[in-house]
Design a protein around this ligand. Structure first.
Ligand code: KG4
Ligand code: ZN
Length: 405
């Protein structure tokens, strides 16, 4: 770290009452670091699930102004903020770096330039404080954060929807997932971000600082989805895969037509923007609900989940969306599943989920590395054992379910 050397306050190891600490009685504590995309996050979490300290720097507004994430810009911003963010999380926690049990950091998947900043910083930190290192898969962290908040036992069904992913999987253990389906093209968050950009929402007086997904949710509340006709993606495919790029093309065609009709000028906001937002949000929600419904039927048929009361966990940035949650609740209630979603703050990227994933791995004894020489980041990384061929073969038909939201 040289001049960037982390000057974490080295607190003396004393308990709150000033007595020497009893290390064997203390819960284990992990520092988590997240830099896989455009959020610099850090948190200190103990093994009881208590968040001792946290900090987050979001690059969202800068990327919104630029019209999308430019990786070298994301890298520069991570470099500028990582020291302060980690320092703040550790300071707030009141835990001295020497008291940390381990450091956990996202190493896959994500933007290479962004992942590199978190990894390089973490490796220097563990070298300085002689701590074990726990490499984290970003999507595993999204999947497991619910277990910090609620008692959700393995196995459970999980839908992960973010700016980079759309995954349906059975979580059988901390690092053991059965992948039932994934997106064939783009992720739902990416689609919502692109639609928002195409609608020039950065010029909208209320939505200009919101992410695309948040802006679409906000506008959809005052729109009428029935005014814009969109067709469901992949309705003929009896599997659990997703596709959103066709939907985006449909929306683009509609926008071009409306722009012509309204004598549109570059950067203007269309008068029907709320209706478009409502229709897009509904189509995304219905697509996610349909594939999740099929995954539930598949799990029932194959006996993959416990009875009674199996759980569906929904996480990732797009899972913050209330409308999508309601659509999924209709599906879970019709099938005797409980629905578990982290609060929005823990659905979008953060350091807490990385620290908690570190705790989960520590408890399970998975990948707690004392020699981190061979650690590399991986921009692309598979998630779990691919079971989508078996899902396709089962070709399950999903009964009609009215999504009255
Ligand atoms: O998980 P996340 O923070 O980062 C990735 O790992 O990608 O997800 C970010 C994505 C963005 O595409 C953003 O537009 C979307 O989550 N998002 C939402 C909402 N809030 C954030 N999508 C729909 N509704 C929301 N309320
Ligand atoms: Zn994420």
């Amino acid at each position: 770290m040289g001049t960037h050397c982390l000057r974490l306050r080295a607190l003396r190891c004393v308990s709150a009452r000033g007595l020497p600490a009893q290390p064997q009685c203390k819960p284990r504590v992990v520092l988590g670091i997240e830099t896989s995309c455009d959020d610099t996050g850090a948190a200190v979490v103990d093994e009881t699930g208590k968040i001792l300290g946290e900090a987050l720097y979001s690059q969202k507004e800068i990327h919104l102004k630029a019209g999308g994430i430019i990786p070298p810009v994301a890298q520069r911003l991570h470099k500028e903020h990582i020291e302060r963010v980690v320092q703040e999380a550790v300071d707030n926690s009141g835990v001295s770096p020497c008291e940390l049990t381990a450091v956990a950091t996202t190493v896959k998947p994500g933007l290479a330039l962004s992942l590199g900043v978190g990894l390089e910083y973490s490796l220097k930190l563990i070298e300085q404080y002689k701590k074990p290192f726990i490499p984290i898969h970003h999507m595993e962290a999204h999947a497991l954060i619910i277990r910090m908040l609620h008692l959700v036992e393995f196995p459970f069904l999980v839908l992960l929807v973010s700016g980079g992913h759309s995954l349906l999987a059975v979580a059988r253990g901390v690092s053991d997932f059965l992948l039932l389906g994934q997106t064939l093209d783009e992720a739902p968050g990416d689609t919502l971000d692109k639609v928002a950009r195409r609608l020039s929402l950065r010029n909208h007086p209320t939505c200009c600082t919101m992410s695309g997904g948040e802006a679409i949710e906000y506008l959809a509340k005052i729109g009428n989805r029935l005014h814009v006709e969109l067709t469901q993606p992949m309705s003929q495919h009896l599997d659990c895969d997703f596709s959103f790029s066709g939907l985006r093309n449909q929306v683009n065609q509609i926008i071009i037509k409306k722009e012509r009709e309204e004598g549109f000028q570059e950067g203007q906001i269309l008068s029907c923007v709320n209706d478009i937002a409502a229709a897009v949000q509904h189509t995304v929600a219905a697509h996610l609900a349909k594939r999740t419904h099929r995954a539930i039927l598949f799990c029932k048929k194959e006996g993959l989940l416990p009875q009674p009361k199996p759980a569906l966990v929904v996480s990732g940035g797009v899972a913050s969306n209330e409308y999508i949650r309601k659509a999924l609740r209709i599906v879970t209630e019709a099938n005797g599943f409980s629905l578990r979603c982290p609060p929005p703050k823990l659905c979008t990227d953060n350091g807490i989920m990385i620290a908690w994933n570190g705790i989960e791995r520590l408890r399970a004894g998975i990948d707690v590395l004392h020699n981190s020489k061979a650690i590399r980041y991986e921009p692309k990384a598979p998630f779990g054992i691919n079971f989508s061929e078996q899902v396709k073969k089962a070709a399950l038909r999903v009964p009609y379910l009215k999504l009255k939201i």
